[in-house]
Design a protein around this ligand. Structure first.
Ligand code: PSU
Ligand code: MN
Length: 300
């Protein structure tokens, strides 16, 4: 606990009485999806978690306070405001000291969740190693956070805007366990398969929970990644998505988009180029991850 941390009453009570709590991020709301689908998804995901019998804890920074467990009004605000700063580890002290508003990335949310004592976190996709990282050094701080902070991240894999092969290599180097749920391959977000095998496969929430418990008892600090493939009926057309992605990558390059702007730019451009079809897949897979995350939290 610290003076900047503000955990909602419901989340505090639930953690005290050992009820399952699932953390959710906010960059997906402010920088990952357009309004109003972002707010709709964020509230929808919270409902899925509640329907599964767990408590949702959406994380963000509001007026410099690290909030764990947002109100619907705060979610609505993040969904519309233009002054929200995308916060990874390095951005948090800036936004806190200036009393600003920040949306937390996977890395940022892991930090807030672990301060509050939440072990399971659900999102859409993690950041990773970008194409051309050998020149640009563009590797998401999500990966280094996964190496150091004790939170399990349930996602639908990594988007093909990223170099998935290098992302898996980097996670291996960092000692981050990666598990594919119900299949052998690590999923590619919009599509179920990436053509890259995940190091481990597990088929039930119970198996995943015992993995987390073993890791906890062994004192092996750091997070882990659960890759949960998008349900087949919501899978995007691979050829169309890949075409949109290569177009978006070219545009980002031409416009010389750099640093923390790269991922939001690519996400928005892909959604635009697929006429919002990718957005529907995106909304469906987050809800699917929420079901699995809530189940894991319950077993834990
Ligand atoms: N990938 C997605 N949707 C997202 C993000 C990534 O498919 O919304 C967001 C997440 O918040 C993730 C962040 O943590 O982008 C990674 O940004 P960067 O690559 O700048 O680390
Ligand atoms: Mn980056």
């Amino acid at each position: 606990m610290n003076e900047f941390l503000s955990v909602s009453e419901e989340v505090v009570e639930s953690l005290k009485s050992k009820k399952p709590v699932v953390a959710l991020e906010s960059t997906i709301i402010s920088h990952g999806m357009p309004y109003p689908q972002n707010v709709e998804t964020a509230l929808g995901v919270e409902k899925v978690i509640r329907d599964e019998g767990a408590i949702p804890a959406t994380c963000a920074i509001i007026n410099g306070k690290l909030k764990v467990g947002l109100s619907a009004d705060e979610i609505e605000y993040l969904g519309q405001a233009k002054d929200v700063i995308k916060c990874s580890r390095r951005d948090i002290p800036y936004v806190v000291s200036k009393r600003l508003n920040g949306a937390t990335t996977v890395a940022g949310t892991m930090i807030l969740a672990s301060m509050a004592g939440i072990e399971v976190f659900v999102t859409g996709g993690i950041g990773g190693v970008h194409y051309g990282a050998e020149h640009s050094f563009d590797i998401s701080a999500d990966l280094t956070e996964l190496a150091r902070t004790n939170v399990t991240v349930v996602c639908a894999g990594a988007k093909a805007i990223l170099d998935i092969e290098k992302t898996l290599e980097y996670l291996e180097t960092m000692g981050v366990p990666v598990i594919a749920f119900g299949q052998d391959e690590f999923p590619a977000f919009y599509t179920r398969n990436s053509r890259f095998k995940a190091p481990y496969r597990m088929d039930t929430p119970e198996e995943i929970a015992s993995f987390i418990k073993a890791k906890r008892i062994l004192g092996l600090y750091g997070g882990m990644v659960i890759g949960n493939p998008v349900p087949a009926e919501y899978e995007a057309d691979e050829a169309a998505i890949n075409e949109a992605i290569s177009e978006a990558l070219k545009d980002a390059d031409q416009k010389m988009i750099k640093g923390k702007e790269v991922t939001p730019y690519l996400l928005a451009r892909v959604a635009e180029l697929t006429d919002g079809e990718s957005l529907e897949t995106n909304m469906a897979l987050v809800k699917n991850n929420a079901v699995l995350g809530a189940k894991i939290a319950k077993v834990l």
